[in-house]
Write a protein that binds this ligand. Structure first.
Ligand code: ZN
Length: 265
């Protein structure tokens, strides 16, 4: 009996410790997308009570519709090079998407002009988040780069159905099914550039770019987006396998407001 009381006490202490000291951000789901901004964190007072407010009131939100008529081709833009190489990453089921995390000693990244932004992870959405004239692609890949100063740049690649992609199969085969689990012991040598469109020069990518946000809560702005102008393919069977992990994990297109979409072509 005494042991049981003690055990309960320990669990109470542990629970209150996690609630107060760790204070995990509130849960969200894609079903709640129209109301992400209103999700409350009852443990916090204003202004932290609505940690996802930017999802609702932000004016530079992502994704957007990349319709041709909105694209501006008049300005010279930075040269963009994907210096991804090979890594031994871990495979992480985030609870919202399937994700590949680069290893601690990985040195690759996205070179924007002269600056190299380290690649920290890549993940997949089904269907796509960016659309063209309202039309979604079957899926979308996001390479996420974070600089030491906290700046985020995302390289997005739309995905069509076609030829099977061997690197994507490696992602599917090593991904844990359980939400929150990370497989860091696969030892798989992962050639990241194999997830870029074939026939596009990785040292001089063709892209559209605009200022946007994270597409999941907290929807933080200040994210620079680079969307490749060519898609990659996966097979229909691979798309079906991907959907056994997550389906409909894609935010809808947001208003462009005063932003321009620039093209380097
Ligand atoms: Zn994403």
């Amino acid at each position: 009996m005494r042991t049981k009381i003690l055990a309960n006490l320990v669990s109470i202490i542990f629970i209150s410790y996690t609630a107060v000291a760790v204070s995990a951000p509130p849960h969200w789901s894609y079903e709640e997308e129209p109301n992400w901004g209103a999700i409350e964190d009852a443990t916090q007072s204003i202004p932290l009570r609505y940690p996802y407010a930017e999802c609702g009131i932000g004016k530079h939100q992502s994704p957007v519709d990349l319709a041709d008529e909105k694209i501006v081709k008049s300005r010279p833009l930075n040269k963009l090079a994907a210096q991804y190489g090979t890594d031994t990453p871990s495979f992480f089921n985030t609870g919202h998407a399937i994700q590949v995390n680069t290893s601690q000693n990985f040195t690759g990244g996205l070179k924007v002009g002269k600056e190299l932004l380290p690649l920290v992870q890549l993940h997949f959405h089904e269907p796509s988040e960016h659309v063209v004239e309202g039309k979604k692609f079957p899926a979308e890949l996001h390479f996420v780069h974070i600089n030491k100063d906290g700046r985020i740049a995302v390289l997005a690649v739309t995905i069509n159905i076609g030829k099977e992609n061997a690197m994507f199969q490696t992602v599917l085969d090593n991904m844990p099914y359980e939400s929150g689990k990370e497989n860091s012991t696969s030892g798989v040598k992962f050639k990241l550039a194999k997830l870029l469109p074939s026939g596009m020069n990785a040292a001089n990518l063709k892209y559209l770019t605009l200022a946007g946000s994270l597409t999941t809560p907290p929807c933080s702005e200040g994210v620079q987006w680079y969307i490749l102008t060519k898609s990659i393919t996966i097979s229909a069977a691979q798309l079906e396998q991907m959907k056994t992990f997550y389906s409909n994990n894609a935010r809808s297109a947001q208003d462009l407001n005063e932003r321009s979409i620039l093209s380097n072509q």
